[in-house]
Design a protein around this ligand. Structure first.
Ligand code: SF4
Ligand code: SF4
Length: 238
């Protein structure tokens, strides 16, 4: 934790010192912090790029496979439905997940963080932890996020299987793309959970695995967030 709350410096005088997390305060607040370097608590381009390297290949492959299937079977509605779900997911996700994140506490309409960087902030910052409903909804949302891009590929494969052997080549290509999509998504989510979620400062997310002592120290650095967490029933060590 910091040696004293007086070390906390706002980015600009207009910003509320109590609501903006140390993540977005002047870097001088970090000098005496015991958890410096132990989480992704400061915005860093490297963290954001790591997120894109982890997620982009899987998303490109799965969406590419759905597009290839649509070209040969005409099922473009599946691609539209997939885009629709992802748009809905991100709008809901920013409320149930991101609005509780210290990265979200910065003023402004654009989110700056290590994943959903550049998203519009439709909601106010919520310093309290995610509740059970939000956690449940997020888990369901992520399950659909990982499975719908695969399920959207299956109808094209079934349709082409009815016209074998004429459509044999594209049928095999789609089967291979489905297999590669499964592997790519498994890799993406494995790296997401072990590299990003293990270091993220949105501590109440059900996928977050940052150790409790680091969470407690972060709360000590952020009185507004700490009060909201204690009021929600969180029990701190010490
Ligand atoms: S927890 Fe806060 S004060 Fe400590 S290093 Fe991270 S951003 Fe800086
Ligand atoms: S929870 Fe993740 S995606 Fe959302 S604001 Fe925090 S770092 Fe960004």
């Amino acid at each position: 934790m910091l040696t004293g709350e007086s070390n906390i410096i706002s980015e600009s005088p207009s910003e509320n010192i109590n609501t903006i997390c140390c993540t977005w305060q002047d870097e001088s607040v970090c000098e005496s912090c015991s958890i410096k370097g132990k989480t992704y608590c400061r915005w860093d381009r490297k963290h954001l790029l790591r997120f894109f390297y982890i997620m982009s290949p899987a998303l490109l492959i799965t969406f590419g496979a759905v597009i290839v299937g649509a070209i040969f079977t005409g099922g473009w509605w599946r691609l539209g439905a997939l885009f629709g779900y992802f748009a809905l997911f991100f709008i809901v996700e920013t409320r149930i997940l991101c609005s509780h994140c210290p990265y979200y506490s910065k003023e402004g309409f654009i989110l700056h963080c290590i994943a959903n960087h550049g998203f519009i902030k439709f909601y106010r910052y919520h310093p309290e932890p995610m509740n059970l409903f939000e956690k449940t909804l997020l888990i369901i949302g992520f399950i659909l996020f990982g499975t719908l891009p695969l399920l959207a590929q299956i109808p094209s494969i079934v349709i082409l299987s009815r016209t074998l052997p004429i459509s044999q080549t594209i049928f095999i290509i789609l089967l291979v793309l489905l297999g590669v999509s499964v592997v790519a998504l498994i890799f993406a989510f494995t790296f997401l959970f072990t590299r990003i979620c293990a270091n993220c400062v949105n501590f109440s997310c059900p996928f977050n695995t940052v150790p409790k002592e680091i969470v407690d120290d972060y709360l000590d650095n952020n009185p507004n967030m700490k009060k909201a967490w204690l009021d929600s029933g969180y029990e701190k060590n010490g």
